[in-house]
Ligand binder design. Sequence first.
Ligand code: FE
Length: 151
Amino acid sequence: MNAQNLKGKNWTARKVDSTYIVSIADKSSLLESLTDFVVTQKITAGQITGIGATNQATLRFFDPQTKKYVDKTFREQMEISNLSGNISEVEGKAMLHLHITLGRSDYTALAGHLLDAKIRGAGEFFVYPLNSNVVKVKNEEVGLNFYDFEK
Ligand code: FE
């Protein structure tokens, strides 16, 4: 086993062999912190999962008719019951594609594509990098970034 402790903007992490455990600080932006993490660690492909809590989350819902996202912000204390996503490169930049399920105080759930969330409580993530560049390219017909395994 090979372990190494790491630190960045609003996050600390431990790398164990090739897996990272990432802790995002209370009151910080999930997207900013995770983006700083993947950029500084030079992770260009992989999988991410997580749990935690938030008090403000902006979800997006893609409308294939208009090819646009409709955003909605929820300002209340919620459990991040699951965050699931992938890391790839779009136009040479690291891109996180994240989906989230949020548990409300009445135990119902909200879910969607995640634009950003503010951590309020803990933010605990596992990141599984791949030693390969994985590229996504915008598909103009659909309006979304799709994997392009030829690149
Ligand atoms: Fe999505």
